[in-house]
Design a protein around this ligand. Structure first.
Ligand SMILES: Nc1ncnc2c1ncn2[C@@H]1O[C@H](COP(=O)(O)OP(=O)(O)OP(=O)(O)O)[C@@H](O)[C@H]1O
Length: 906
């Protein structure tokens, strides 16, 4: 009965009073629009009400009001401006006739907008706020624009505040500054306040006060939370692929003079913005992929980046494909236009033998982040049973509309927080790739000759020089079987006398075969370069991570949120820890403490300990724990289970809010459509990092594997992402369950092909050369990358920079997890009960919720004491047993019953 009453109450409240009598409650929602069979007297009353409401809400009414408001703004503006020259003439008449002036057709008016203009400007400027009255024009303009466009182009409330305060401060200031003039600069209001202030504080005091107030007003208006965008000083030289084209002329040993093609100069000029330049590059890639574009005999195309010294070789600006197509044999070779600091060029080598042809060089496409995000979002819509549940049962919570309030800004908690600057990072060695043309030439000849020895002729060969390896792409002559080249892998490696040869036969999506040969001189990819790249500073990813550079020197920057989890494996000393740091540092550079929390698990105890200083900014931990970085296996199990509880709690919140994922949920929350009093809160992303996964599996096995697998399967929609690293990539560590849930995997150098297969489902990682050389399997593709290098002192500097700033009072608290096994068989002596036992029991019974965190929060107790109290309440039969992630059942339903129990216990 009570329930029925409750249910019907809101409906009755929503309905207009007469409708209460309508027998059928169904038409309630649609009632205003539908004709009901009710009596005609009812109908009339209802329609009238609805019409008025409709009229007020009608778009056209808004537009009309908006137009009127805009006209008011213009009217006032013109009359105010006209007032400057006409005020004296009109003023005496208005003083004499008062309001009658408006209707006295005999009055001579000077104001451009007639008697009304004269009267309005007199009233507002002379009699009120002086020149500050121009703010009225602003206000009407803002209102008009909002009404006409039916959008909150400007915030009306904010403008109202600014206009009100501005009117007073400006009028007083103008009155103070121009008190000796006849013209009413400050108006009567300004003069009155100014005179009072002068009498009260003296002239100097008034001046000082106005300065302080004016300054504060400006600060208030230009709220210091405005972030100064961190600009990219060293703009993305590395993003542009440099290419050099060298033509060797066997007859002439000297180099050709440098020529510039006018078309390219024009092109470079046109490329006024960086975006344009990128677009150009994309086009160029497509053109160049057409092998028939060039006709130079025996040429080899090499691409090198960057190539500032190219001028030494005498290169020339070219307009890509069109220019290449017109290259004559004797013609000097071309360099693509410089883009900011980078130079693009191509080296064409002419061969003695007529076996090689020049091959256009292709830059591998990076996955388009937007499409990728879209794809992942679509996936999220499909698969999770949790989300299906939301779809079926999830009634979007009816909330009060708080949309008039400004949007919630989570970063305001720590509004002064400053993001680390790239200056904290080192530029390791030279930024540009050092490539020896002689080395390229020698390798190319070696490849051609080795293949020739096995009767494999090739049509074309090209090279792309990356930071660590050079990719030679060959097109075999017609009829040559790819598998033959693949089988010669070891022979080619031997004849090139280099470690780390990797043959990709064929390169996916191309008709070519790739041979990767390590460079003699390797270039370190500095984290600094990646983090200052435009692709990193200006992306819209939720969790951007800069991992390294591809072979064509493009930065590999992806969204961890769309990965959605990452597995990193590699033998010891091959760059795993550096890789982990690169990921963590990228996130620290892009996220505010309110948006991201890390759960760090480090059984080795040393790798992640540097991050302990940012506990109150970025770390999450278990309640009652001292250290945020977890090193003990038992605690790891607790933490992983607590994360599962956090995940379940978040799903509950999402379900209640009718949101499908964290993005939608946070959007609703920031738009104030979710009520914090009902437990809603802004949800930060949580990134779980496990540094040595093998150790954990060895010691805890399934107890660790199961929660990890559960999180990996379900947690991405609620913003929990996993990064797991291991030294031992064997099948008993990286099990099928784990692998199936980690689609993005990184392999540093490993010791055997089997290990490589375990991680990537493909060989190749055993042929890497270490020091951050890695393969990443992402989006169904395996890409070779040179991992960004960030040294421990750099990480320390970043951590210090963050920890020197104000953080939260404590680390982000994960939900409590109580191990049932540990709790079993614990009996409590009732005579030894906690002094707060009675209070805790009352709290639990009143709220009918058996939750330790409720006791902890409301009674302001530590986790351990609250836990003990809960155990005692269980022993006294007030609450039921622990239900893991759910609150315990409360067995006592009324306070009267509780009173009886307490009586018997005391
Ligand atoms: N991206 C990189 N660029 C250049 N050098 C690197 C890179 N990554 C690692 N190195 C070099 O390799 C060394 C070992 O790297 P790292 O400590 O990351 O290895 P690890 O795989 O974590 O080893 P362990 O498993 O023993 O901790 C580094 O000290 C550094 O000199």
């Amino acid at each position: 009965m009570a329930n029925e009453l409750k249910k019907s109450t809101p409906k009755v409240a929503e309905k207009p009073a007469p409708k209460k009598k309508a027998a059928n409650p169904k038409p309630v929602a649609a009632a205003p629009a539908k004709k009901s069979p009710a009596s005609s007297s009812f109908k009339k009353e209802k329609e009238e009400k609805v019409d008025l409401k409709k009229l007020a809400k009608d778009e056209r009414t808004h537009k009309i009001l908006g137009t009127v408001s805009l006209l008011m703004s213009v009217f006032l503006f013109i009359s105010f401006v006209s007032y400057f020259s006409t005020w004296k003439e009109d003023q005496s008449q208005i003083f004499n006739k008062g309001i009658g002036f408006l209707f006295d057709s005999g009055s001579k008016v000077a104001n451009l907008l007639g008697r009304l203009g004269a009267y309005a400007s007199h009233g507002l400027i002379r009699q009120s706020f002086g020149l500050a009255s121009f703010l009225f024009c602003c206000f009407f303009f803002v209102v008009g624009i909002n009404l006409i466009t039916a959008r909150k182009v400007f915030s009306i409330w904010r403008n109202l505040r600014y206009v009100t305060i501005g009117l007073i401060i400006l009028s007083v200031t103008l009155s103070f500054l121009f008190s000796s003039f006849d013209f009413p600069f400050g108006g009567s209001v300004g003069d009155m306040i100014n005179n009072w202030l002068k009498a009260f504080l003296g002239t100097i005091g008034t001046a000082a006060l106005l300065l302080v107030v004016g300054g504060s007003y400006l600060i208030w208006q230009f709220n210091p939370t405005f972030k100064v965008p961190i600009r990219d000083k060293e703009f993305s030289a590395e993003n542009e692929t440099a290419r050099l084209t060298i033509e060797e002329d066997e007859a002439e040993e000297k180099e050709e003079p440098l020529q510039q093609e006018p078309s390219l100069i024009a092109l470079a000029k046109q490329a006024a913005t960086i975006n344009d330049l990128y677009a150009e590059k994309e086009d160029a890639k497509q053109h160049e992929s057409n092998p028939n574009a060039l006709n130079g005999d025996g040429e080899m195309v090499l691409s090198i980046n960057p190539a500032k010294e190219e001028k030494d070789y005498g290169f020339h600006l070219t307009e890509r494909e069109e220019d290449k197509a017109t290259i004559e044999e004797e013609e000097p070779l071309h360099v693509n236009e410089p883009v900011e600091e980078s130079i693009t060029g191509e080296i064409l080598h002419k061969e003695e033998e007529a076996i090689t042809r020049e091959v256009p060089f292709e830059i591998k496409e990076e996955p388009k982040p937007r499409k990728r995000e879209q794809a992942v979002e679509n996936l999220e819509l499909e698969i999770k049973s949790k989300e299906d549940e939301i779809e079926e049962d999830g009634e979007p919570e009816r909330q009060k509309d708080y949309s008039d309030l400004p949007p919630y800004e989570p970063t305001l908690d720590l509004r002064d927080y400053k993001y680390p600057s790239v200056d904290l990072l080192e530029a390791h060695g030279s930024e540009k790739i050092v490539q020896d043309p002689a080395e390229l030439e020698a390798n190319k000849n070696q490849i051609i000759n080795t293949l020739k020895n096995y009767d494999i002729t090739i049509q074309k060969i090209s090279a792309t020089v990356g930071p660590t390896v050079t990719l030679y792409e060959i097109v075999p002559a017609a009829g040559v079987r790819i598998s033959r080249i693949k089988n010669l892998e070891d022979d080619i490696a031997l004849s090139l006398a280099a470690l780390g040869i990797r043959i990709i036969a064929p390169i996916p999506g191309k008709g070519t075969i790739g041979i990767e040969v390590p460079n003699v001189k390797k270039t370190i990819v500095s984290m600094r370069t990646l983090l200052s790249a435009e692709k990193f500073t200006h992306n819209t990813f939720s969790l951007p991570i800069a991992i390294g550079k591809k072979i064509d020197n493009e930065n590999f920057i992806v969204d961890l949120a769309s990965m959605p989890h990452l597995l990193m494996a590699g033998a010891t000393g091959q760059g795993k820890s550096v890789g982990l740091n690169a990921v963590l540092v990228s996130l620290l550079y892009k996220k505010h403490p309110s948006q991201l929390k890390f759960v760090l698990i480090d059984p080795k105890k040393v790798e992640l300990s540097v991050y302990r200083h940012i506990e109150t900014h970025f770390l999450a931990k278990l309640p009652g724990e001292e250290d945020a970085i977890i090193t003990d296996t038992k605690k790891v199990i607790h933490t992983l289970n607590a994360l599962c509880i956090e995940m379940d709690n978040r799903y509950d919140l999402l379900k209640e809010a009718g949101a499908r994922n964290i993005k939608e949920y946070n959007e609703k929350f920031t738009k104030r459509r979710l009520n914090p009093q009902k437990g809603h809160q802004f949800l930060p992303f949580i990134v779980l990092v496990v540094d040595e996964f093998a150790d954990l599996i060895m010691t805890a096995g399934k107890e660790v594997e199961m929660p990890i697998a559960r999180l990996a399967q379900l947690a991405r929609a609620v913003g929990i992402h996993l990064i797991i690293a291991t030294q031992r990539p064997s099948v008993n560590i990286i099990t099928g369950t784990i692998k199936a849930n980690f689609p993005a995997r990184i392999a540093f150098k490993v010791s055997s092909k089997i290990d490589s297969r375990t991680i990537l489902d493909a060989g190749g990682a055993e042929q890497l050369i270490g020091k951050g050389d890695m393969l990443i399997s992402y989006n169904g593709e395996i890409t070779r990358l040179q991992c960004a290098f960030v040294d421990t002192p750099e990480v320390e500097k970043i951590v210090d920079f963050i920890s020197d700033q104000r953080g939260y009072p404590q680390a982000f608290m994960l939900p409590e997890y109580v191990d049932e096994k540990e709790m079993e068989g614990k009996d409590f002596d009732m005579s030894d009960k906690d002094p707060l036992f009675g209070d805790a029991a009352k709290l639990i019974v009143q709220n009918q919720m058996g939750s330790t965190s409720l006791i902890q929060r409301r009674m302001k107790l530590g986790y351990n004491r609250a836990g003990r109290l809960m155990d005692q309440l269980e022993a006294a039969g007030i609450v039921g047993p622990n239900l893991g992630s759910k609150a315990r059942e409360v067995l006592v339903k009324t306070e009267a019953d509780l009173f009886e129990i307490l009586e018997t216990l005391s």
